[in-house]
Write a protein that binds this ligand. Structure first.
Ligand code: ADP
Ligand code: MG
Length: 311
C-alpha cells in the first residue's frame, strides 16, 4: 500500500514553535520514528511537509541583510526549505529505519507546482507571512511592491497569494523513485509555485501554496492508496472549542463536506486539511485520514483519527 504522509509544522519545530537547527532536528527525529513505524509495517511512504516557520526565518534574514546581500524571492525561499528539510528528514528517517532493522533507500526531490498566472489569489492576496512590522518598516517594503495589511496592535504583516495548485510538475520523478522502493520526501511547502508563460517557459512566482492542498494533488499524482495528514490533534472535531466538541471518527466524504459547510473547521488550520482530504477521497475513491503523528500507523488501518471514506 502506498501512503502519502503530510507532516504539519509541529513535526519540524519544537513544541513551543522554536525553530533553531537543533529544535528542527529533534522534531524531525520524533516525526521520523512514527514514519519508520509505518514503513516497518509494510507501507510504501511518500512524505511531504510544511515550511511556514522556516520560510519565516528566511524572510527575516532577507529583511535584515537587504543592504548587503540581495533579498531572494519567496519561490527561492520555498526551494531552499525543501532542500534543507529534505536532508534533515532523510538523516532522521534513515537512523529510525536502521534502529528498526529496516533497509529502504531514501531520497528528497525538489518539486515545482504549477499555478495559474491569473489565479484570483494574485489580485487578492490573503496569506499572511513573515513577522509583524511597524508602519514605517512596512511602508519601505510597500514601496518595493510588497502587499501589507494592518493587523491591529501587533502591527503590519505581509500578505501574499495562496493560489490553487494545478499540477505537481515533478510528480513523475517522485513516482519513479517510489516504485523503485525509495521513501521519498517531496513537495514541501506545497511545492515551489511556478507559472507557465505564453511561450511555454516556467517561472517562479511570489506566492505560497497550501501544503495540504499540495499534498492532496501529490497523493493523486503518485497513485497513493491513502492520504494521511499528520498534525497535533488526534481528530478533526465538530464544535471545536465549545462544550459540545466531538471528535470525528469514521465518516463519509459528503458528511464531512457538510460539517465544513457548517463552519466547523477554522480557515487557516483545520479547514485546508479537511478540504485536501475531501478532494483526495472524491477524486481517487480512496481513503483520507487526519490524525496525530503518533497515531499514523493505526490511522492507515482505519483504527484511529478522522477516517474519511467515499460516499
Ligand atoms: P499543522 O501545523 O500540523 O499543519 P495547524 O496548526 O495548521 O496544523 O492545524 C491544526 C490545528 O487546527 C489544531 O491544533 C487546532 O488548534 C486547529 N483546529 C481548528 N479547528 C479545528 C477543528 N474543528 N478540529 C480540530 N482542530 C482544529
Ligand atoms: Mg500548527
Amino acid at each position: 500500500m502506498r501512503v502519502l504522509v503530510a507532516l504539519g509544522g509541529n513535526a519540524m519545530t519544537g513544541p513551543d514553535g522554536s525553530a533553531g537547527p537543533d529544535d528542527q532536528i529533534a522534531a524531525a527525529e520524533l516525526a521520523m520514528g512514527a514514519v519508520a513505524d509505518l514503513v516497518a509495517a509494510g507501507a510504501d511512504v511518500v512524505l511531504t511537509h510544511g515550511n511556514g516557520p522556516q520560510v519565516g526565518n528566511l524572510l527575516v534574514k532577507n529583511e535584515l541583510s537587504a543592504a548587503v546581500v540581495p533579498p531572494v524571492p519567496l519561490d527561492w525561499c520555498g526551494a531552499q526549505t525543501q532542500a534543507t528539510l529534505g536532508f534533515v528528514l532523510l538523516d532522521a528517517l534513515e537512523a529510525a529505519l536502521e534502529r528498526r532493522g529496516v533497509r529502504r533507500p531514501t531520497a528528497a526531490v525538489v518539486t515545482r507546482t504549477l499555478v495559474a498566472h491569473d489565479d484570483p489569489g494574485f489580485g487578492r492576496p490573503t496569506k499572511p507571512i513573515g513577522r509583524y512590522l511597524s508602519h514605517e518598516e512596512a511602508a519601505a517594503l510597500i514601496e518595493h511592491g510588497q502587499r501589507f495589511e494592518e493587523r491591529g496592535a501587533k502591527g503590519w504583516r505581509r500578505v501574499v497569494a495562496s493560489p490553487e495548485p494545478q499540477e505537481i510538475l515533478d510528480a513523475g520523478a517522485v513516482s519513479v523513485l517510489a516504485r523503485a522502493g525509495y521513501v521519498v520526501v517531496a513537495n514541501g511547502g506545497g511545492g515551489i509555485p511556478v507559472v507557465r508563460d505564453l511561450d511555454g517557459t516556467l517561472r517562479g512566482v511570489e506566492a505560497v501554496i497550501d501544503k495540504d492542498l499540495g499534498a492532496a494533488l501529490l497523493a493523486q499524482s503518485v497513485d497513493a492508496d491513502r492520504l494521511v495528514i499528520a498534525t497535533d490533534v488526534d481528530n478533526a472535531i465538530i464544535g471545536y472549542g465549545t462544550d459540545q466538541a466531538q471528535p470525528i471518527g469514521k465518516v463519509d466524504v459528503d458528511t464531512m463536506r457538510g460539517y465544513a459547510a457548517d463552519g466547523h473547521f477554522a480557515s487557516g488550520s483545520m479547514g485546508p486539511k479537511v478540504e485536501a482530504i475531501c478532494r483526495f477521497v472524491e477524486r481517487s475513491g480512496n481513503i483520507g485520514v487526519i490524525t496525530s503523528l503518533s497515531n499514523i500507523v493505526a490511522g492507515v488501518r482505519g483504527e484511529s483519527g478522522t477516517v474519511v471514506v467515499p460516499s
